[in-house]
Design a binder for this molecule. Sequence first.
Ligand code: LAN
Length: 729
Amino acid sequence: RTSDGNLNANTKRPRLGDKTDRTRWRMLDERGRHTWHYLEDDEAVKEWPQTTADRWYLGLDTGLPTLPQVKNPLDSVHNGLSFFEKLQLPSGQWGCEYGGPMFLLPGVVLAWYATKTPIPWYVATEIKNYLVARAHPEHGGWGLHIEGESTVFGTSLNYTVLRIVGVDPEHPVMVKARQRLHKLGGATHAPHWAKFWLSIMGVCKWDIVNPIPPELWLLPDWVPIAPWRWWIHMRAVFLPMSYIWDKRWVCEETDLIRELREELFVEPWEDIDWAGHRNSICSIDNFHPKSWLLNTVNWALVNVWNPYLRTKGLSQRASDWVSKLTDMEDENTDYADLAPVSGAMNTVLCYIRDGPGAYSVRRHIERLEDGMWVNHEGMFSNGTNGVQCWDTAFLIQVATDSGLEQDPRWRPMLTKALEFLDDQQIRENCKGQDVCYRQQRKGAWAFSNKDQGYAVCDCISEALKSVIMLQKTPGYPQLLEDQRIFDAVDTLLTYQNKSGACSSYEPTRGSESLEMLNAAEVFGKIMVEYDYVECTTAVITALSLFKKHWPEYRADEIDAFVGRSLRWIKSCQRPDGAWYGNWAICFTYATMFALESLRSIGETYSNSSHAKKACDFLISKQREDGGWSESYRSCEQMAYTEHPHGSQVVMTAWALIGLMKADYPDIEALKKGIKLIMDRQQPNGEWKQEAIEGVFNKSCMISYPNYKFTFTMKALGMFAKKYPNEPVV
Ligand code: LAN
């Protein structure tokens, strides 16, 4: 790292290159912690050679051989596994980029700026390249996510990032972005989170930010709006936000900041009525308009409470408590934090509180690296510090669903994957679990890794299924003794909602009406945990598999749990036969899960009206070429919408898996889809990236690049196992 600390606009900006030498980038995998390194020194390059995985992530030629021509779906799985095997990392998992949202990188870069963290030239250069590559081709600017139209949120923040890394305001991409931003109303029309970050920068004044009182954290637990009831990501984000808002902290003013004040607004900066723009928001950004209730509360907080009623004593107590909770979060995650959004904010909090150079600040800055990724376009921030446990569990299931777990060819790869899950199981509950409102997690798996350590019920379930299936296959090491399996089940059994369904990180703790206080504007369904078909199915299938092997353990509770969950799944089928998906796009994804749940109690096309209706729905969406093609618009509009780019392999795989789970009788329809997936496989066994696959909070899309391997192979493998003699090509 360079040592010229300050990034003052005219003096010490990072040196910005056109591009870096891609052959010098390396991804370091330390037991599932990823960090990217640029080797400037030729000796280092020799000592640490680039791996196939590095080259693949970076879009460089991997030199992997052309594989034997495939004659049937199982050959195709073998070729896919041969390719994917080359990407397995030393710790046993598959590293993966996890981009998509366009508001993550700004948090990280603005946190660097606020804390005067130097940005090495190669990082600055690749961030610039990424954002230039991702500017909206037609309108300029950036959206909420990579496929969305440009918004004030995306444009004001990413424009700022580009200026921080040293891009000239007269660069054509900047000129176009600025025009777009001004057309949309300028940064005064940004949503809450952008106003928050820009106020830290001193580009906006704090009066433009709707209140985020830390006092909320003093509410007793019984209060229906108390923060412990919120969805965990809201808690994690509003915690540091409230501390920083309370201090109205602003970083040191620089030339760059003064220039941004000229560039981001439509009106002269001195004339802006900051308080008057608290509620200004561009209509494209305004996915979830603030409710009348929230507007009233905000009005009262600004006009009555803050000037007349707020007391120093109470606000101090509140902010001390917030600070303590932040410390607990940092300690429980070794400063990795729940995700980069809150991680960046916690970094700023520690900088304000502990001062530059403090351990908390240094460790946060190191940990922010865990979320950064480099691909063929450049550098950006992932949605989490990786997808390690999740993707590893699915890869194991590719083998078990295809009947390949006994094949000695794949045993070393699968054993390594099992070793990774063994290493990553969370063995203890959090310190101060009840004080910091954390869910029991002993025996669980996180989505990413153990450092982050947040249990999610479907991540526990998928990992648990994978572990059980491999350990019950002769010849695999018994790495997890029974007690560790029971720990996972004990934790899973804490996850059921009253409805019978499961949510993500915790059972639902608050009412849906808390959505009236959703202040983020750009997301929907964000305030509390909801019932999710995907998560519920994962838990049902994990508990059912467990019960087959350990029929005695907590048997009655498991039966009751599974029964309630299944009733819930049936109850939320839509009249058209589909289920709405919350974590990937969209009806295709969720319907696959629901059909898997139905299958687990023997309900299929021929004997269940639910399964039949679901299959009919899926088949009605199959395209001429045999594939499926759902657009992210489905998630926003809650109605099935086709993707303009035509069939997608990942969606095709989801639909086929669902249909096969239901024993859908028309094999010709299945064969058409299988053929499409096989035809898209490259001669080296890989599949190419197509449209974005994942979603959260209804409006924001996120990439799951490994799905084009895991789900395609799973569909092909299931077909091969089910119809071993059926010719497809
Ligand atoms: C994720 C990623 C994984 C995902 C699944 C396991 C797939 C899902 O089945 C349950 C929910 C979960 C764990 C999930 C929740 C929300 C996350 C963490 C994300 C989509 C990745 C990024 C997103 C996070 C909220 C991004 C930060 C944005 C805020 C609004 C704070």
